[in-house]
Design a protein around this ligand. Sequence first.
Ligand code: DX5
Ligand code: ZN
Length: 213
Amino acid sequence: MLVAPSILSANFGELAKDVEAICEGGCDLVHVDVMDGHFVPNLTIGPVVVESVAKVATKPLDIHLMVENNTFFVDLFAPLKPGFISFHIEEEKHPHRLIQKIRDLGIRPAIVLNPHTPPEAIEFLLEDTDMVLLMSVNPGFGGQKFIPSVIEKAKRLKQLIEKRNPKCLIEVDGGVNDLNVKELEAAGVDVVVAGSYVYKHPEGVARAIASLK
Ligand code: DX5
Ligand code: ZN
C-alpha cells in the first residue's frame, strides 16, 4: 500500500518540520489539499505556501484541487512540478481536455470522485488517467468519519480499470486508518491518503505510516 499523508492535519506553525517528518517517515507522496472556499466550505493554501512545502519535500507532491476553475489552479501549481494534480469530475465541463493539459505540463493527471459519483461517470477517461481518487468523506475537512460505501465503489472501479487501463492507480481519501486499510487493499486500492491518523498518531508519524503499509 502506498501512503500519502495529508498535510491538512499538520501543524502549520511548523509546516517544514512536519513535511520532513513524513518524508523521512517513509511516505510515498505528500498530499496537499487545495480548497478555494467555493467548491468546498473551507479555504486552505495557495502556491506561496505550497512552494515552501515543495522545497523541503523529498517525495512527489500529490495536489488535490477542491476548487472552481480547475484550469486556473493547474496553471498556478504547475511550476512547482508536483507528481500528481487531481481535480473533481463534478466541477469540470471538459475533463478530457484538462487531463491532456496536465499531462502536457509533465504532471500525472488524476480524477477525484465525490462520495455520490459513480465510477462509471469516468469510464471513458480512464485510458488517459494515471490515478482515480475516491473520496471516502465529503471534501472540505480532515478528521471526518469514513463512508463505507467507498469499498463497493473501489471494487467496481477496479473492474473498469482492468478493462480500460490496468496501470491506473486507485487512491482513497478521508477517514482512513489502520482498521479500514485492509478492506481497502482487498478492494484493489493502491494509495491511501491519511491526515489525522498520521499526524495525531500517539507513536509518531513514521509508526503511523508503517502501520498503514
Ligand atoms: C478532505 C481532504 C483530505 C483530508 C483527510 O477534504 O481531501 O485529504 O485531509 O483527512 P483525514 O485523513 O483526517 O480524514
Ligand atoms: Zn485530499
